[in-house]
Ligand binder design. Structure first.
Ligand code: SF4
Length: 321
């Protein structure tokens, strides 16, 4: 499709986990990202979201599978051949402090990617661009020669965002970018991300365990459980009529404006997430699924499709009548 920006095909990432054992962090994930869209990726902690994020921007290499951009498999490129793509695919991390060198000034932190890619002709021109980026992310010009330790968590996240947008990327992978921040600051950063997207037209892969945040920000949503995608589709549609039982149970746990309204009969998500070292056979959600039947232990479910929504379930939930 014309608007296709990035496509993950059957991505697998396994980590060694003791003698002859493997941790199955990502197990056959296929995902498409389109130009200018926000795709929300949700799931409980430990489901493989962050590993998938790191795979998408080549911070780690997959065990198998492909990541395609302009018809080229990025996983097969040498570091040198990947260099132009690195500029186009940026990442914003959960903990901005850990991702910013505390010994560098804000000017140098934001200038670093531009200097690496020789995007500016002179030091003066670079500083001018850094000043414009500070303004774009709502930081004062006095920030230029200060160090990350002199800023609050929200301001540090703004520095991380300025670094990411300095390259005019096509995609920013945001890995839980507000979960370490206070609620009021969270909203400011989310508004900033949404304003920047409107102004610059880039796409986001927005990773969060918080469904409310994802609902507000995303055009489409992908739900992940234990290394696999359970459901994808337009956000409104998935939230209004989930097809996968896991999505349904996650949504049941989201507080509503009137908590007493018709919630008594909703099943809730219970039980622990099974081990990714020894995941359940067939459907990985079956040990927690209230609708599991014998077939669910035997066969890995393929995707059932309904109006652009897809769910990996043998017995998808019906559309509300
Ligand atoms: Fe539940 Fe079976 Fe569907 Fe898995 S395949 S979500 S166990 S009904």
């Amino acid at each position: 499709m014309e608007n296709l920006l990035l496509e993950a095909k059957d991505l697998v990432k396994e980590f060694p986990a003791g003698r002859r054992k493997k941790l199955h962090a990502v197990s056959g994930v296929s995902l498409r990202l389109y130009r200018g869209e926000t795709l929300g990726l949700v799931g409980e902690s430990g489901c493989g979201k962050s590993t998938l994020a790191r795979l998408m921007v080549r911070l780690i290499t997959p065990t198998s599978g492909q990541i395609l951009m302009d018809g080229i498999d990025l996983t097969a490129l040498s570091d040198k051949a990947y260099s132009p793509y690195r500029r186009r695919l940026q990442m914003v991390f959960q903990d901005p402090y850990a991702s910013l060198d505390p010994r560098m000034t804000v000017r140098d932190l934001i200038a670093e990617p531009m200097e690496t890619f020789r995007a500016c002709p002179s030091g003066k021109e670079t500083t001018r661009k850094v000043r414009a980026l500070l303004e774009a992310v709502g930081l004062p010009q006095e920030a230029l020669y200060r160090y990350p330790g002199q800023f609050s968590g929200g301001q540090r996240q703004r520095i991380g965002i300025a670094r990411a947008i300095s390259q005019d990327p096509d995609l920013i992978v945001c890995d839980e970018p507000v979960s370490a921040l206070d609620i009021s600051v969270q909203n400011q950063i989310l508004n900033l991300l949404s304003d920047l997207k409107k102004a610059r037209g880039m796409a986001y892969l927005f990773i969060s365990h918080d469904l409310t945040v994802v609902r507000h920000l995303s055009d489409r949503v992908a739900v992940m459980f234990l290394g696999r995608i359970c459901e994808t589709g337009p956000t409104r549609q998935v939230f209004a009529a989930p097809m996968h039982p896991y999505t349904r149970l996650l949504l049941n746990a989201v507080p509503r404006p009137d908590p007493l309204l018709g919630r008594e009969d909703l099943p809730l998500l219970t039980g622990e997430v099974p081990s990714a070292v020894d995941p359940p056979s067939g459907c990985r959600f079956r040990t927690r699924c209230p609708y599991a039947r014998e077939k669910c232990a035997r066969e890995v479910p393929s995707f059932a499709v309904r109006d652009g929504q897809e769910a990996a379930c043998h017995f998808p939930l019906p559309a509300p009548s």
